[in-house]
Design a protein around this ligand. Structure first.
Ligand SMILES: Cc1ncc(COP(=O)(O)O)c(C=O)c1O
Length: 374
């Protein structure tokens, strides 16, 4: 049996008529950038997220640095995040010239460890960027409490967890903004690059609307800006898929529960931690191999058996070759948990269109390896 890591083509085929109709609507409108479909999707996204404003931008990385820029954060300022996220979280802070300050991740959820944040705060600290890693919200109440105590902005990097919540809190409740990515791998994915910022702050909304389009919201009138817009065809695809997102999230949760039930007795691996009460949307089902020296053996075994398992991410940002490339960066305290995560993680196939047979096959193969390596 073959089990791919993603199910993009099947997802398209399942709702082909809805997506094709949206694309056709855009083509016939003759307006492909900042047109009516883009505007409609922004309204739908704001309603879905419960935020006042949503702004479509070029990708999830731009969404972060455009937000930092809109907040006036740049050279000489420090931004706190953790090093076991996708590279773009830190990259965005470097784009605006800020110093990236890394603290460790939580030993279980692998999101930022809030207990490590305060030691990293200096008079130059301006923001915290928690990442809702693997589809589960970071401990936002703890992060907001620290941010409010020290007068810091919070930007939630939500590229991996659209439709997740913390049960008692929603994303963005007390943050300056939430950013997301719509590349096809994401839980809400378009057919190219795309991203968005959502915020309750009208000033951030207004600034990003200008910055994303050459500093212009009125023809011929410009200030300093960029070109980073979500085009209307992508917005149409996202509009069609957004209606299905809760059912996609539920399907992911169903497969995650099947993995967890099937793998619970494994000895050589640790299963992901889902926090009680949280809505985890399972962007990734990330297990860790207890003996990190054997991680690549499990990966190779699964790949050989036709299972496209991967790693997210096998090299922590501060361990990337050439780090920090002349950019400003600092590590505060031990980041041993982030390094352990990088050394031991294996991500199993996870997408809504999986079948029970495929999930059972993956479970059987992981168990087979576990038995031989426990
Ligand atoms: C946590 C995180 N942040 C940021 C990004 C960047 O998004 P994009 O690739 O759309 O720039 C991604 C995904 O690629 C991500 O997983």
């Amino acid at each position: 049996m073959k089990v791919e890591f993603y199910g993009h083509v099947q997802q398209y085929l399942n709702i082909k008529d809805e997506i094709d109709a949206k694309i056709n609507q855009v083509l016939m409108s003759g307006k492909f950038v900042l047109g009516p479909m883009g505007e409609q999707f922004e309204k739908e996204l704001a309603a879905f997220t419960g935020m006042k404003h949503a702004i479509g931008v070029g990708n999830g990385t731009d969404a972060i640095w455009l937000t930092l820029m809109a907040l006036g954060i740049g050279a000489g300022d420090e931004v706190i995040t953790h090093p076991n996220t996708f590279f773009a979280t830190a990259e965005a802070a470097w784009v605006v010239g800020a110093t990236v300050v890394f603290v460790d991740c939580d030993p279980k959820t692998r999101c930022i460890d809030p207990t490590k944040i305060e030691a990293a705060i200096t008079p130059r600290t301006k923001a915290i960027i928690p990442v809702h890693l693997y589809g589960q919200c970071a401990d936002m109440p703890a992060i907001w409490a620290i941010a409010e105590k020290h007068g810091l902005k919070v930007i939630e990097d939500n590229a991996q967890a659209i439709d997740a919540n913390g049960g008692t809190f929603r994303q963005g409740d007390r943050s300056a903004a939430v950013t997301t990515s719509f590349i096809i791998q994401k839980n809400l994915g378009c057919f190219g690059d795309g991203g968005a910022v959502y915020t309750n702050d009208p000033a951030i909304d207004a600034k990003i609307r200008k910055l994303r389009s050459h500093g212009s919201i009125k023809r011929d009138n410009h200030s300093f800006g960029f070109n980073s817009r979500l085009d209307d065809i992508q917005a149409g695809i996202l509009s069609a898929k957004l209606k299905h997102l809760p059912e996609y999230s539920n399907a992911r949760a169903k497969w995650a529960a099947q993995y967890t039930a099937g793998l619970k007795d494994c000895k050589a691996i640790t299963l992901p931690t889902a926090l009680p009460g949280y809505r985890h949307v399972w962007h990734l089902y990330a297990i860790e191999v207890k003996n990190a020296a054997k991680r690549n053996l499990l990966l190779a075994f699964l790949n050989k058996e036709g299972i496209d398992a991967k790693t997210h991410y096998s090299i922590a940002i501060h361990k990337q070759e050439g780090y920090p490339w002349g950019k400003s960066a600092r590590i505060v305290g031990s980041v041993a948990e982030a390094e352990k995560n990088a050394a031991s993680v294996v991500t199993l196939p996870m997408f809504p269109e999986l079948t029970a047979e495929q999930v059972n096959y993956v479970i059987a193969k992981v168990k087979e390896w576990d038995k031989a390596n426990a």
